[in-house]
Design a protein around this ligand. Structure first.
Ligand SMILES: C[S@@+](CC[C@H](N)C(=O)[O-])C[C@H]1O[C@@H](n2cnc3c(N)ncnc32)[C@H](O)[C@@H]1O
Length: 504
């Protein structure tokens, strides 16, 4: 394995990495919940497909991982699995490797390579390949290399996750980007100045009165409220990369046929539930779709889809009833029952909330600890709901991130050790340098957002030292009074929540 990484590093050194891709402004360090294999299994089961057995010895590759935070977290949370993060950005790969070394994680590998090189490396086939936030931001040749990786290195029956900016939701943004590129291309100086010039050009066109903004109020609003106010590191990568290509689902499905892939379902469970927002006429049209691509296309026009997270499978995309698997799935509550009124997701057609009665009852029952759908259906608090209603409530709560599927209890002690080591390594970095805002849970095998203050309090508790004094030693620490307030919130709300997830 290390020979392979070294070889890739040599190749990358020969061909300057990141050609045509922004490196001047580092990509933010972000955890992606949808890349948790356990969540892929839930999404697949929910749509009637079988998925990887939770906590199993599966191998997962993250293509274009940047810092690889998701791979690190999933490696710590799934010690039986093997995780490989691939990116041609040397700084990101070095940072990921150093966190893995500090946490003594042996089951995560960071490979500095471009996809073309990675595709040609001899290696055993993988169970899952993830490409999050890459497909839209690279050119045709690179997309083709991604397909080569999947063609050559995905096992039969394996899973490919690909996310991309979707059409029709990005049709106008495509034109707005073209406009912003005018200012960007004309400017000189550092990338940040060019990005600012791009935004200013579009702002000036809008202020001077343009039919593009005037006739398209939705893009005018996006520009004013999303783009102008966005953090510039995110904006640079989102819109100012040399490549930015939104796609219809049909185009992606067509391209992936070359790797023998069939679309299974969205990895984002909220997409499985948004049908409740459709009119009966729209639902009838979806139900009458002649094939999967037609159905997804109709869906995307009903919702004006902006972003898709698609799960493709290789050769096993026939749906079967998965009720037994779903009933046996154990869930753990991340959110408290008091937070129930605040559980909401927004789609292009409005709000989605969990069913009021069954949702609250299920979340309340989970406050006592992880339980399976079967267990919940027999719980006194859920007595008046059928197992189908319990499953429905669970799907909504999982879609909103209020609950997570739990891994089997076997192996929990090993997971606790590995996640504790990774969480300490992350917390040390958050205290002394760039904050990383997620930690790993040994219960879910996935990550959870935790602020740098809360990370300092957790570390202090592990070391048995004064949390407030310790938090005050972190880089750019706040005033004492603010730290005290943060500690008060931590003790009251965050600590019990993190305890449920095995992080405290
Ligand atoms: C928009 S970032 C997404 C990062 C991460 N997946 C996320 O969503 O947070 C795209 C990543 O793909 C990497 N990348 C782009 N083209 C690549 C190529 N041909 N080979 C390897 N990595 C590439 C970039 O360096 C960058 O880190």
């Amino acid at each position: 394995v290390s020979t392979h990484s070294e070889r890739s590093a040599q190749d990358a050194a020969k061909n300057p990495p990141a050609a045509g891709y922004i490196t001047e402004i580092p990509y933010p360090i972000v955890y992606h919940r949808d890349l948790n294999p356990s969540l892929s299994t839930l999404a697949l089961n929910h749509r009637g497909f079988s998925g990887p057995a939770r906590g199993g010895a599966y191998s997962c590759v993250e293509l274009g991982s940047a810092w690889g935070l998701s791979s690190l977290i999933h490696a710590a949370g799934n010690p039986a699995g093997h995780f490989i993060a691939v990116d041609f950005n040397a700084d990101c790969i070095a940072a990921g490797r150093s966190i893995a070394a500090d946490a003594d994680l042996k089951n995560v590998e960071f490979v500095q390579a471009d996809f073309a090189t990675f595709a040609t490396q001899p290696m055993p086939a993988f169970d899952m390949i993830f490409a999050h936030g890459v497909w839209t931001w690279v050119n045709d040749a690179t997309r083709s290399q991604i397909i080569d990786v999947v063609s050559r290195h995905l096992k039969p029956g394996g899973l490919f996750y690909v996310s991309y900016n979707a059409l029709p939701g990005n049709a106008l943004a495509q034109s707005l980007r073209r406009l912003m590129r005018v200012g960007f291309n004309a400017a000189t100086g550092p990338l940040s100045a060019k990005v600012e010039a791009g935004v200013t050009t579009a702002a000036n066109v809008k202020t001077a009165g343009s039919a593009f903004f005037g006739n398209n109020p939705a893009i005018a609003q996006t520009f004013d409220h999303v783009i102008k106010t966005a953090p510039r590191d995110y904006l640079s990568h989102e819109y100012f990369n040399p490549d930015w290509h939104p796609f219809h689902h049909a185009e992606v499905a067509e391209a992936l046929k070359r790797a023998d892939l069939d679309f299974a379902c969205s990895a984002h469970i909220i997409d499985h539930l948004d049908g409740v927002q459709l009119s009966p006429a729209a639902r009838a049209q979806l139900a009458g779709a002649t094939d999967v691509v037609a159905r997804e296309t109709l869906h995307d026009f009903f919702f004006n889809a902006l972003f898709r997270r698609d799960l493709f499978t290789r050769g096993s995309s026939v749906a079967h009833p998965m009720r037994d698997q779903l009933m046996a799935t154990r869930f753990v509550a991340g959110a408290s029952v008091e937070s129930f009124p605040r559980l909401v997701a927004h789609t292009m057609l409005g709000e989605i909330r969990p069913p009021a009665e069954s949702g609250r009852a299920v979340l309340g029952a989970l406050a006592a600890g992880p339980a399976s759908a079967t267990g919940l259906a027999q719980h006194a608090a859920c007595a008046k709901f059928s197992p189908e209603h319990v499953l429905e409530a669970l799907a909504f709560l999982a879609a909103l991130g209020a609950i997570e599927p739990a891994l089997p209890s076997e192996g929990e002690a090993t997971r606790r050790d590995a996640t504790a080591r990774l969480n300490a390594a992350i917390a040390m970095r958050s205290m002394t340098g760039h904050a990383i805002d997620a930690l790993a849970s040994p219960i879910t095998g996935g990550g959870v957002m935790v602020s740098r203050f809360d990370q300092a309090f957790l570390l202090a508790a592990k070391r048995g030292i004064d949390p407030i004094a310790f938090a005050a030693t972190m880089k750019n620490a706040a005033q004492d009074a603010q730290i005290r307030q943060a500690y008060d919130r931590f003790e009251r709300y965050t600590s019990p929540f993190l305890a449920r997830l095995g992080i405290v």
